[in-house]
Design a protein around this ligand. Structure first.
Ligand SMILES: Cc1cc2nc3c(=O)[nH]c(=O)nc-3n(C[C@H](O)[C@H](O)[C@H](O)COP(=O)(O)O)c2cc1C
Length: 341
């Protein structure tokens, strides 16, 4: 076991260090709005994700007492160490929101400077902050002043196609007091397409003293290993590859520790899927018939790569109850056992 630990160095400067106890760092779960909720985070942590971050929370929404924003702030012990992520571009709102977040006792607070969604960038927040590094630095300074825990930044490498401001931007965040930066190696314009530029992550790692967390396009344990090697990142962060596959964190841990990894059996996949659906329904403030809708996409991801995946996925998107999910899992197992024999 090893612990991500935030060390306070002096009055103002925080540094995040990954303290290794005989083993190498494994991987963290990426923040993913609408996907990496408390149920998903809990399962990924159980499977070995070493830390996780909340879905992004609107600083302004929190300040105006939006119920939805407050719900995103809850942290359970099973998810720790966990950060709460804010988006916004107004230092006063950021400072107030950071103060409000303290009651949820996050292990750190992350500022989103990578979201490419129009609703966010059109307000000047998310990845739009890459174009206004001075304002971004002011947001970090405001957050650091208001926070009793370290403040980190998650960024992309630039705005337009081919643009790369990653080094100067990360340096500005470090100077403003960020304790670590996560670098998603894509520009805003790329959204989630094309390749993540791992060399840009390496350049940031060489240019700053704070820990750099590398992110983008890690699909499996081999990729994770390559990212560590090619970027020198302190930690690798995995997002979409964990869809329907929380075992990826176990796979990464096994490879890093030199232990052989056995992928989950069909039974284990269905057990995990049902547990995941149960957790989504139980954690939701909505009635089960509505909460199950949130679970549909997750259910479909557990079907990826199997025989007759398309027809099983169709059934996932029609689920209206947990009992239906149980029947789906039974049918899945029957079908997979028939195709094996
Ligand atoms: C559905 C979805 C939601 C996301 N939501 C957030 C978010 O709330 N905050 C954030 O910083 N990044 C968010 N991201 C970006 C991921 O954290 C990550 O940077 C990106 O997916 C690249 O990593 P990957 O190639 O491992 O998926 C989101 C990505 C996806 C696909």
């Amino acid at each position: 076991m090893y612990l991500p630990l935030f060390q306070r160095m002096g009055e103002v400067t925080c540094r995040m260090t990954i303290v290794q106890q005989n083993v190498m760092p494994h991987a963290a779960l990426a923040p993913m709005a609408g996907v990496a909720d408390t149920a998903f985070r809990t399962l990924c942590c159980e499977m070995g994700a070493v830390m996780c971050t909340s879905e992004m929370i609107s600083a302004k929404g929190l300040c105006y007492n939006s119920k939805g924003s407050a719900e995103l702030c809850r942290i359970t012990e099973a998810e720790r160490p966990m950060g709460l992520q804010l988006f916004g571009n107004e230092p006063d709102f950021i400072a107030k929101a950071v103060t409000m977040l303290q009651e949820y006792a996050p292990d750190w607070i992350d500022l989103n400077m990578g979201c490419p969604v129009p609703k966010v960038v059109n307000t000047g927040a998310g990845s739009a902050l890459l174009k206004t590094p001075e304002l971004a630095a002011e947001c970090v300074r405001a957050a650091v002043r208001a926070s009793s825990v370290p403040v980190t930044v998650k960024m992309r490498i630039g705005w337009g196609n081919g643009e790369n401001c990653a080094v100067s931007f990360a340096q500005a965040m470090e100077d403003a007091g960020a304790a670590a930066v996560t670098v998603h190696g894509r520009t805003k314009s790329q959204l989630y397409a094309g390749h993540a530029d791992w060399d840009a992550i390496r350049q940031v790692r060489e240019a700053v003293q704070i820990p750099v967390i590398g992110n983008g396009d890690v699909q499996n344990a081999d990729d994770c290993e390559h990212m560590y090697r090619e970027t020198g990142a302190a930690l690798v962060m995995v997002g979409r590859a964990a869809y329907g596959n929380p075992w990826i964190f176990r796979e990464i841990a096994c490879l890093r520790e030199g232990v052989s990894y056995s992928p989950p059996t069909a039974e284990e996949r269905m057990e995990m899927m049902l547990r995941h659906i149960r957790m989504i329904v139980d954690n939701s403030a909505k009635p089960p018939a509505l909460a199950i809708r949130e679970a549909r996409k997750h259910a479909s991801w557990y079907m990826a790569g199997c025989r007759y995946a398309a027809s099983f996925r169709n059934r996932c998107f029609q689920l209206t109850s947990y009992e239906e999910a149980q029947r789906l899992a039974e049918d899945y197992l029957v079908m997979q056992s028939r195709t094996e024999t």
